[in-house]
Ligand binder design. Structure first.
Ligand code: ATP
Ligand code: MG
Length: 158
């Protein structure tokens, strides 16, 4: 399905912003242009839902979640950053492994199965993109993913 990603992404962020119970602020750094991508919207929704749920889970009271999107080398690059506890450097790449959870004690408290990011990785790869994380332990985490786009101008029929 061909989807205008900016609108699609904003709607998902809106849904979380309206329903969140924590005192966490959302900031969006999204371009005004339209970007058309060929994606499975249900699967991409699942990916983004998981990333935002994680960001909320680990955000401190009064924290900020930033959403950003830029074009890098013919692909959309999406970034979701939180100011949570972060992930120790040696564990950052492992968060995409099945059932991997950084700290059993804190994860038990938080619920979940440890599958969310493994599934997200599979889905992003199936769309021809990549996904990775950067984190500073104690300061926060950013999840990055890319989506190649073939069509950059949906306005040609107007
Ligand atoms: P599930 O998504 O299946 O409900 P989960 O959230 O624990 O469970 P993943 O989404 O795969 O599983 O994340 C794996 C682990 O990576 C988490 O348990 C957590 O330890 C760590 N993690 C993921 N996102 C963040 C984040 N934003 N800040 C800190 N740690 C994170
Ligand atoms: Mg998760």
């Amino acid at each position: 399905e061909i989807i205008e990603f900016n609108r699609f992404f904003n709607r998902i962020i809106d849904r979380f912003e309206m329903s969140k119970s924590q005192n966490v602020h959302f900031e969006r750094y999204l371009p005004n242009e339209q970007y058309f991508v060929e994606i499975d919207p249900d699967k991409l929704t699942q990916v983004i839902d998981n990333i935002i749920s994680n960001a909320l889970k680990y955000s401190p009271e009064g924290g900020m979640i930033r959403f950003a999107m830029t074009v890098e080398e013919g692909a959309l690059q999406i970034r979701i950053s939180d100011q949570g506890m972060g992930i120790p450097k040696e564990n950052v790449d492992r968060i995409f492994d099945r059932f991997y959870r950084v700290d059993r004690a804190r994860s038990r408290e938080m619920g979940g199965t440890g599958l969310g990011l493994a599934i997200s990785k599979e889905m992003i790869h199936a769309h021809g993109g990549s996904i990775w994380a950067k984190s500073v332990y104690g300061r926060g985490t950013t999840i990055f993913f890319t989506l190649p786009f073939e069509i950059d101008d949906g306005g040609e029929w107007e």
